[in-house]
Design a protein around this ligand. Sequence first.
Ligand code: ADP
Ligand code: MG
Length: 263
Amino acid sequence: MSLPSPIAPSGTDTPSLELKSVGHRFGGFQVLHDVSFKVPDTGITGLMGPNGSGKTTLFNIISGFLTPTFGEVLFRNRDIRAKSVRQRSLDGLVRTFQTPKVFERLTVAENVMVGAFKSGRSGFFSGLAGLPSAWREVASMREQAWTTARLFDLDGVFDRPSALLTAGQRRLLELARAYQGRPRLLMLDEPSSGLTTIEIEVLIVKLKLLAEEGIAILLVSHDMELMGVTQVVHVLNFGRIIASGTMAEVQEDASVREAYLGV
Ligand code: ADP
Ligand code: MG
């Protein structure tokens, strides 16, 4: 008698992202050297490293703000080096920034809707121009934004100008807007900076929720508690990967301790 086949894992073997020997130079200064790693298409992958080690530069390369001097960047098995930032985000590669990019003069609702408007047919601006079909679409976008705002605890401030938000709410708003863009891979650059311990705990809950929904996450953070949500971490130092493993493993790694503590 044959045994029942095991339940298929939800993820696939195809990585979400693959970096192959990525290197980058600013003028004569090489800030990244031979960076290779894969980000699985489920779960949370961490990227750590002291200040100036090249984390944001790598994010800029992956999201399309910079073209790498060397190496390849594959997203869902396709070389994306020639694709624009916008094309990448349409493909589901969405990032947030070290300093939250919030449209101060828009309300929370409008900020969240901006994340979705790439997927709208009529477009946000024709909606503002008063076409009935576009208005219906905007109404439905607002409804979807409301659902997202609730997910990120922003329903209480939905129609408030975003200039009035706390630092923690700004981070959640950035996440909400990114989520509204239906990401397959969400890249977060130091999402806990400027947050209180309690706000970081909220952030941890939200990241776990996103991961449970099947969104792959690449997380840069200095916060050890936040990095506890990762399944695997890669450590950069002076633009090179010096260690990869679980948080527990890399924290024990002699080269990582040396990079951080100079011991
Ligand atoms: P991290 O995010 O890990 O703190 P960055 O990627 O911001 O590191 O920076 C890596 C190195 O590249 C630093 O030495 C930084 O000064 C340098 N760098 C970053 N952006 C530029 C730029 N546009 N031009 C020249 N050098 C840069
Ligand atoms: Mg940085």
